[in-house]
Design a protein around this ligand. Structure first.
Ligand code: GDP
Ligand code: MN
Ligand code: MN
Length: 249
């Protein structure tokens, strides 16, 4: 249980076309089982998942919502373009993206990128994690686990934390159901969101501004078993149902 947490320093400003796994492998000596966490923002920059605001022409919905949120209508259009379902328009857009993740402004960022340019979330974050894992294996021969993170707000509490939007080499959930506690009681409910717990601490190490640490390695984390059904189905999701009711009123 002696977990080591290694922030990857010395990475350059990432540009489209950069080989992010190679740049990270130049700076880290990986061991089998390591968990490499990567900020979605740098993965997106390396893959060119960014947009120039000047090339976006906002439609009627974007103009209407931007008037309420007091944002740039072109930014709002980019958020709508990234969204498969808008749960809330005001005081901020809360929407679902194709991977099933639900986030404020669909995770579209205008920090840590040049003026006039925005970063969108990787459209296939699970594929992104698998691709980075394979790339590190090709370069180093090591079998690592990979997590793609984003900083997100939470319901009920002030303050953002890191969460996992893509992962490979591990399941999202550490399923404790059927396990026994210290007194022999069988656990019936607990499904621990292990990837989000690790993403949150990775996000703490990364920081949010000029720290320049978009990747963090966790060594000596135990393995776990579970499943990947981290997103509630429409039927299960009571918060989403409640928001739909508010929208009707
Ligand atoms: P997000 O949480 O995925 O939206 O990413 P953030 O914008 O919060 O950045 C997370 C970390 O990565 C912070 O330490 C940033 O300074 C750093 N970061 C962002 N872009 C770059 C980059 O191009 N190069 C380097 N070296 N660090 C970056
Ligand atoms: Mn972000
Ligand atoms: Mn962040």
């Amino acid at each position: 249980m002696d977990i080591q947490v290694i922030g990857v320093t010395g990475l350059p400003l990432i540009q489209k076309g950069d080989d992010l796994p190679a740049l990270i492998c130049d700076r880290v000596t990986f061991e089998d089982g390591d968990i490499l966490t990567i900020a979605s923002s740098v993965y997106s920059k390396a893959k060119g998942f960014t947009r120039e605001l000047s090339t976006i022409s906002p439609g009627a919905d974007a103009v209407r919502i931007a008037a309420k949120t007091k944002e740039d209508p072109r930014f709002v259009q980019a958020v709508l373009d990234s969204s498969t379902d808008v749960l809330l328009e005001y005081p901020f857009i809360l929407s679902e993206v194709p991977s099933g993740h639900i986030g404020v402004r669909a995770g579209v960022d205008h920090s840590n990128v040049e003026d006039g340019r925005i970063i969108i979330l990787p459209p296939d974050p699970m594929g992104a994690a698998a691709e980075v894992r394979d790339a590190v294996h090709k370069i180093t021969g090591k079998d690592i686990r990979v997590l793609v993170t984003d900083t997100c707000g939470r319901s009920f509490r002030r303050g953002q934390t890191g969460i996992a939007i893509g992962w490979a080499g591990m399941t999202a959930i550490n399923d404790y159901r059927g396990d026994t506690d210290l007194f022999g009681h069988v656990l019936e409910i607990t499904e621990e969101a292990a990837v989000d717990e690790i993403a949150a601490f990775a996000n703490f190490v990364m920081g949010e501004s000029h720290q320049g640490i978009p990747a963090v390695v966790f060594r000596n984390c135990r393995m776990w078993n579970g499943h990947d059904s981290v997103y509630f189905t429409r039927e299960e999701d009571i918060i989403r149902a409640a928001l739909r009711e508010t929208k009707k009123n």
